[in-house]
Design a protein around this ligand. Structure first.
Ligand code: PGA
Ligand code: ZN
Length: 442
């Protein structure tokens, strides 16, 4: 780009942007956005959607027209892309991601993307990045990260779904397996799939249905978290792996969802717990099971509780802020300043543009907070997060279970990236969790 902001002669510029309404993995509408470039390059991206959304997330614009998709249509967001945004961005150099995202931010003009919709902005932001990568003849991960983008993320795989992702199942939203002892991402995927299938067999043997929840994990109607973790431990062993060494455990209770009146209804039918009581439960679980990470262990606005949680468990565990930080540097900064949590979940649609997502990851990395790039419970076949995880050297990814194409496509893309990287590829395994412990002063 020249100093006057006009594209230099021969520079690849955005020549067209087009959005349409498509369906996500739950059958709800979302956006798919195409970006065309003056040099003939073309790319598409589609936008995910959460169910247990954080209160401080950027706004997903929905039409509210009860006659279409129960009010969940996204035609207004589509119009925003095809009208205002298209007009403003056509002619912009496609590889000026900061300029593109800055323009999107300005056009919206609200602190939470409420005017044009974070879904509209994100579709354009991601599709532009893909189009720019194509323009340069690069894969997205290497366009984003250059030659240092060689680290495959350690996955947290959600094999038992509960909470808002599986009605009538466990109160805790996610029980995950972490194949940290695998020598490569490809092997990590195999470990995960083998444990997943063993888990299905064990559940079936005990008379449970093996239907799956929103993120492709089983959703048995278990009441107590101990039962769920017990099943997973047996599955790890019967798949021939050593719990803790080959495959560890991680939890996302999504505690904001069962927090009310200052108390946590963590286990159905039992007395609600105070924050301290719930931390006692986590402490016991960690002494009985090889848990390496707990996400959203307490509610998004319970900062005092989070301080206690970090003080009591932060030295031995990764404590991930999802609803707490909502991929927003403002909330992450507060966490860093107050010594709350030691890791952040990164969801592109919580903030709405790729540049802001990158800023958040960089802030976390500077302060040695671990970073986990994450899907949403409502997904499409879009695999951008796999490239983002490698491109930003995030170290970890959370992208669901080992079933359903909306989940496994991301693993498949990661395996392809690993193959492309060849001998340069690194799988950090258990080392990513050691970093969380170091941050906590170990
Ligand atoms: P969501 O759940 O996409 O429904 O918000 C994912 C999570 O809480 O991590
Ligand atoms: Zn979460």
């Amino acid at each position: 780009m020249t100093e006057l902001g006009k594209p230099a002669a021969g520079e690849a510029t955005i020549s067209d942007i087009h959005a349409r309404e498509v369906l996500d993995s739950r059958g709800n509408p979302t956006l798919s956005v195409n970006v065309s470039v003056s040099n003939g390059a073309f790319a598409e991206a589609s936008v995910p959607s959460g169910a247990s959304t954080g209160a401080h997330e950027a706004i997903e614009l929905r039409d509210g027209d009860a006659k279409r998709y129960g009010g969940k249509g996204v035609l207004h967001a589509v119009e925003n892309v095809n009208g205002l945004i298209r007009t403003a961005l056509v002619g912009t150099p496609v590889d000026q991601q900061r300029t593109i995202d800055g323009r999107l931010f300005e056009l919206d003009g609200t602190p939470n993307k409420a005017k044009l919709g974070a879904n509209a902005l994100l579709g354009v932001s991601l599709a532009s990045a893909h189009a720019a990568a194509r323009s340069h003849g690069k894969e997205l991960f290497s366009y984003l990260g250059g030659s240092s983008a060689v680290t495959l993320p350690v996955p947290m795989m959600n094999v038992i779904n509960g909470g808002k992702h599986a009605e009538g199942a466990l109160q805790f939203q996610e029980c995950m397996i972490v194949p940290l002892g695998a020598p490569s991402l490809r092997e990590a995927v195999r470990y995960g799939a083998e444990v997943f299938h063993q888990l299905g067999k064990l559940l079936k043997k005990k008379g449970f249905a093996t239907t799956v929840g929103d993120e492709g994990g089983f959703a048995p109607p278990l009441r107590h978290i101990d039962e769920a973790l017990g099943f997973i431990m047996d599955a790890i062993k019967s798949a021939g792996y050593k719990p803790g060494t080959d495959v560890a455990l991680a939890l996302d209770p999504a505690a904001s969802e069962f927090y009310s009146g200052g108390k946590y209804q963590a286990i159905e039918g039992e007395a609600a717990l105070s924050a301290s009581g719930l931390i006692d439960l986590y402490e016991r679980l960690c002494s009985q099971f090889p848990i390496v990470s707990i996400e959203d262990g307490l509610a998004e606005d319970d900062w005092d509780g989070w301080k206690e949680l970090t003080a009591r468990l932060g030295e031995r565990l990764q404590l991930v802020g999802d609803d707490l930080f909502v991929t927003n540097v403002k909330f992450l900064k507060r966490g860093i300043d107050e010594g709350v949590a030691n890791a952040i979940l990164v969801k592109v649609n919580q903030i709405g543009t790729l540049s802001e997502t990158i800023d958040c990851v960089r802030m976390a990395q500077t302060d040695e907070y671990a970073t986990v790039i994450s899907h949403r419970s409502g997904e499409t076949g879009d695999t951008s997060i796999a490239d983002i995880a490698v491109g930003l050297n995030a170290g970890q990814i959370k992208t669901g279970s080992l079933s359903r194409s909306d989940r496994v496509e991301k693993y498949n893309r990661l395996m392809a990236i690993e193959e492309m990287l060849g001998s340069a590829a690194k799988y950090p395994g258990a080392a990513v969790f050691a970093r969380a412990s170091r941050h906590a002063g170990l």
